[in-house]
Design a protein around this ligand. Structure first.
Ligand SMILES: Cc1cc2nc3c(=O)[nH]c(=O)nc-3n(C[C@H](O)[C@H](O)[C@H](O)COP(=O)(O)O)c2cc1C
Length: 315
């Protein structure tokens, strides 16, 4: 067959599947923690079974109310939120949400946090005892709770200590979620990998603040929050690219995806999978459009697998 004939032959559908830390995803697209509830909230809006994985809102051991209102505000290019990790706690999640998620047959990634290294371990151990959880995304980078989150992600030694401690308590795939606001992401990614992480995810929101100039008060009750949405996308691409140079474990990338273009960009920079966050609030079907757009891109570029995209940056 000559090149011309090959070009005009109908191409088989590209293989969209990827594997992250042993989690088989039928396509590389999941939802970003905290922007998709526990999945069930979106059943009347999109077909959950189309997703590569469902990543749920952060959980700690106990139910947690989060911060007082107002806790989010729109800004040009995105939003600033300080929800403060509201959640039903591990037992509430296992009882009220997990049975539904299990039935979808879609891999479930549970985002966890704690106020101490010990609590992170406890949450991981408890979730390891129940069926239907495919991986743990460990939030060490939330800027919105004084008690935990970001403080653990602020030093590579603490990242290593925390990941090692959680690793000892679970066999589930571990995906630490790194903070974006560090001078150099590489030592953090390396610390996570060396301590036993199976993959890493990035980026969490970027610390931010909005002031009402009439009242001269902070808009958010928490005073400060985290910026997400299109404004942070190029920052995230740079961090994903940097992290991909530093570690061999897979990367789940998020930050400002509004369509397939940003998802593809992340994969070219080195991500194996991506997550759609804030864009879901504007249009819940964004995640489906991203999946379809990745497939169309692969066809257009005569690529046979989404895996070919990962790290394909030409420099
Ligand atoms: C309202 C809201 C709640 C969030 N809650 C969590 C959370 O519970 N755990 C976590 O690790 N990240 C949380 N995030 C961060 C997102 O998962 C994601 O990393 C970030 O928003 C960047 O992606 P985006 O620009 O597509 O939204 C939250 C983000 C938003 C906007």
């Amino acid at each position: 067959m000559n090149a011309q004939q090959k070009k005009t032959m109908p191409q088989p559908r590209p293989d969209l599947s990827v594997e992250i830390a042993g989690i088989r995803m039928k396509n590389p697209v999941t939802v970003a923690s905290g922007t998709f509830g526990y999945g069930r909230e979106y059943t009347h809006l999109i077909d959950l079974q189309a997703l590569g994985a469902i990543t749920v809102k952060g959980l700690r051991m106990q139910p947690w109310e989060g911060n007082a209102l107002p806790r989010h505000v729109e800004v040009p290019g995105g939003m600033v939120n300080a929800i403060g990790l509201q959640g039903p706690g591990v037992e509430g999640f296992v009882r009220d949400y997990l049975p539904f998620l299990r039935e979808t047959g879609v891999p479930v990634i549970v985002n966890i946090w704690g106020t101490s290294i010990n609590e992170y371990g406890e949450v991981a151990a408890r979730l390891s005892d129940v069926a239907g959880i495919d991986g743990l995304e460990v939030n060490i980078s939330c800027p919105n709770v004084k008690e935990g989150g970001a403080s653990f992600g602020a030093d590579p030694r603490t990242v290593a200590e925390l990941v090692k401690a959680v690793r000892r308590r679970t066999r589930l795939p571990l995906i630490p979620k790194l903070a974006p606001n560090v001078p150099n992401i590489r030592p953090y990614a390396q610390a996570a990998a060396e301590a036993g992480a199976d993959a890493i995810s990035l980026i969490n929101t970027i610390p931010a603040m909005v002031i009402d100039i009439e009242t001269r008060r902070p808009v958010l009750s928490n005073k400060v929050g985290g910026l997400s949405g299109p404004a942070i996308h190029p920052v995230a691409v740079k961090l994903v690219w940097d992290a991909a140079q530093a570690v061999r474990i897979p990367i789940i990338a998020m930050g400002g995806i509004t369509g397939p273009e940003q998802a593809i960009e992340f994969m070219i920079a080195g991500a194996t999978a991506v997550a759609v966050g804030t864009a879901t609030f504007i249009d819940p079907s964004t995640v489906l459009r991203v999946i379809a757009g990745i497939e169309a891109y692969l066809v257009r570029h005569q690529m046979y697998s989404a895996r070919e995209l990962t790290g394909s940056l030409k420099v």
